[in-house]
Design a protein. Structure first.
Ligand code: ADE
Length: 258
């Protein structure tokens, strides 16, 4: 390490404590700090300095948590790990979607701006950092390749997809709503693989600060009429295992300084 090179702080964001619990168990030297009514955990995860944060649910809460991680703790990269509803055909429960970019499916300032366009940014989609995303995709591939191991709680046969994720302040819980959402996005030229409630907000904050962002979501439900049953079961039983395994692979592949 050169004299002025400091190890960069990686922030790992999850929406819910159930998704974060496995990471917290593995955090060495964990110290809790509370900012803006939120608990953050600082420590070492597989020899990387990290801050664990909870975005809570929805875009406003996620925006604030991301801004605290960057502005207060000085995070130089943010990785989101959580769950999502599958939208595109072939995106099954237990699969992982690594985000290429994000769109807000509930943003509509038309006729002032085209539907989905973020006013005054001139664009609808916010891209993730290509280098960090490539590392995250490789980490997910490695973790899922090991899923046939008897000790693994990851679902066997699960696939890793990479593409657009749609975020909005709605839990999508009917097949009718899922297909309306997909066809409205398709009319504007977008195909989303999955839907969740925070990622696009964090992507926009990271773009504003010039901080690298990558995100992975394990598919907990198909955003259809059984989503409200599938989601809590999956979050309680398996989501944290995915976060733990994939973040371990990612931490081991990160460069030492940033
Ligand atoms: N996160 C997980 N499943 C979801 C769904 N069906 N809608 C929105 N966010 C989700």
């Amino acid at each position: 390490m050169t004299p002025d090179a400091r190890p960069s702080l990686t922030a790992i964001l999850s929406a819910l404590s159930e998704e974060q619990s496995g990471l917290l168990e593995q955090l060495k030297g964990a110290k809790k700090k509370t900012v803006a009514g939120r608990d953050f955990w600082l420590g070492q995860l597989h020899d990387q300095p990290v801050a664990l944060g909870l975005s809570r649910i929805g875009k406003v809460s996620a925006t604030l948590t991301a801004a605290v991680l960057i502005g207060h703790f000085g995070a130089s990269r943010i990785v989101f790990t959580g769950v999502a509803g599958g939208l595109a055909p072939g995106v099954k429960v237990g699969d992982v979607v690594v985000a290429h970019d994000f769109i807000q499916h509930d943003l509509d300032a038309s006729p002032l701006f085209p539907r989905y366009e973020v006013p005054l940014y001139g664009r609808s989609c916010f891209s993730c950092d290509p280098a960090l995303t490539a590392l995250l995709k490789q980490a997910a591939d490695r973790a899922l390749a090991a899923s046939s191991h008897p000790a693994s709680q990851l679902l066997t046969g699960a696939q890793v997809h990479c593409g657009l994720i749609a975020s909005g302040d709605r839990f999508v819980s009917s097949a009718a709503e899922s297909s309306r959402l997909q066809s409205a996005l398709a009319d504007a030229g977008h195909t989303a693989l999955a839907v969740e409630m925070e990622g696009a907000a964090v992507a926009q904050v990271c773009a504003d600060y010039g901080v690298a962002f990558a995100a992975m979501r394990t598919i907990s439900d198909r955003a259809d009429d059984t989503a409200h049953i599938d989601f809590p079961t999956f979050v309680a039983d398996v989501a944290s295992q995915y976060a733990q395994r994939i973040m371990e692979e990612l931490m081991r592949s990160l460069p030492e300084t940033g």
